[in-house]
Design a protein. Structure first.
Length: 133
């Protein structure tokens, strides 16, 4: 059995499992796994997009940045979802490649932009000029 597993590039456990399925249920069962039920998604696509939109906006007043725990709490508080856990939020952020705790990874419109000097240092902030009305 070790030679078979090495020749095919699988573990010995896989070979035993396939052999048992072939013996008990036939060739078709050995070649094709039965569908697995899996858990249903906890958030609909609409809920997920609303949570992502919330994360791309500034954090609540008094907070410097979003955290996974804060996102879960705010999504429930704002009525976007009835109930959501931190792991669900973490996976959602991972799927969308969002890291809201890192300021540079969140796109926000700002009126003030830093100006960089030729050597790369910051010269300060340029504020938008008031348009005479």
């Amino acid at each position: 059995m070790v030679g078979t597993a090495e020749a095919v590039g699988v573990t010995q456990t896989t070979v035993r499992t396939l052999r048992r399925r072939y013996r008990d249920e036939g060739l078709n069962a050995a070649l094709h796994e039965r569908p697995r039920p899996g858990a249903a998604r906890l958030l609909t696509e609409r809920q997920a997009s609303e949570v992502v939109a919330m994360v791309c906006a500034p954090p609540p007043e008094g907070r410097a940045r979003w955290t996974v725990r804060l996102i879960a709490q705010e999504a429930v508080r704002r009525g976007l979802v009835a109930k959501v856990g931190r792991e669900t939020v973490r996976e959602l952020l991972l799927r969308h490649d969002l890291k809201p705790w890192r300021e540079k990874n969140v796109v926000r419109a700002r009126a003030e932009r830093p100006v960089h000097r030729a050597h790369g240092g910051r010269a300060g902030v340029v504020r938008a000029a008031a348009v005479p009305g």
